[in-house]
Design a protein around this ligand. Structure first.
Ligand SMILES: [Zn+2]
Length: 179
């Protein structure tokens, strides 16, 4: 079996799909959970391991009391010097850009509307050195970003900029983005 192909390239962020920055997985087996099962944390969430349904029967100790957790999965359109294409940034790489966990970002976004939109604006135009992986089994639609290194000196994670913006905003009525 051929190993997945990895390439490293310099690219610029063109756009980010801010409507779906993260997804929910079962805390226990880490399988993706359907989005519509999120609302009540006490409800059975995972059909794969029955974590919440029979949590007392699950032999493993689970370190977290929350049956689900959020991970980043960011669809990002990037431009190299030859082309523009869409990549998907999973949790570990996305944390470099956002500077926090997906759950932290969601908690912040709940209190501060437009966080997603602004986050995508913050990252637009950012120069990144990315390592891309193209799985051989054509299952995946987009190349995955395995690692990311922001090239701008003094790069600040999204959450830092957001916190600063919203602090500023609380002093004035100006919203720091175009609507
Ligand atoms: Zn599970």
């Amino acid at each position: 079996m051929e190993a997945e192909k990895r390439t490293t390239t310099i690219c610029t962020v063109v756009a980010i799909d801010h409507t779906a920055l993260s997804y929910t997985v079962c805390s226990f087996c880490e399988r993706t959970l359907p989005e519509n099962s999120i609302p009540s944390p006490s409800v059975t969430l995972c059909d794969h391991c029955n974590f919440t349904r029979n949590s007392s029967a699950v032999p493993h100790r689970v370190s977290t009391s929350n049956p689900s957790k959020r991970l980043f999965r960011v669809l990002m359109s990037v431009a190299t010097d030859t082309k523009v294409f869409v990549v998907v940034v999973f949790d570990r790489a996305a944390r470099v850009l956002f500077g926090c966990s997906a759950q932290d970002f969601i908690d912040f976004a709940k209190l501060h509307s437009f966080s997603g939109e602004i986050a995508s604006k913050i990252l637009e135009g950012e120069m990144l050195k990315v390592t891309l992986s193209k799985p051989k089994n054509g299952n995946a639609q987009h190349q995955r970003v395995v690692s990311v290194v922001p090239l701008k000196s003094g790069f600040r994670p999204v959450i830092d900029t957001l916190r600063e913006l919203y602090e500023v905003r609380s002093d004035s009525s100006n919203i720091p983005c175009s609507r």
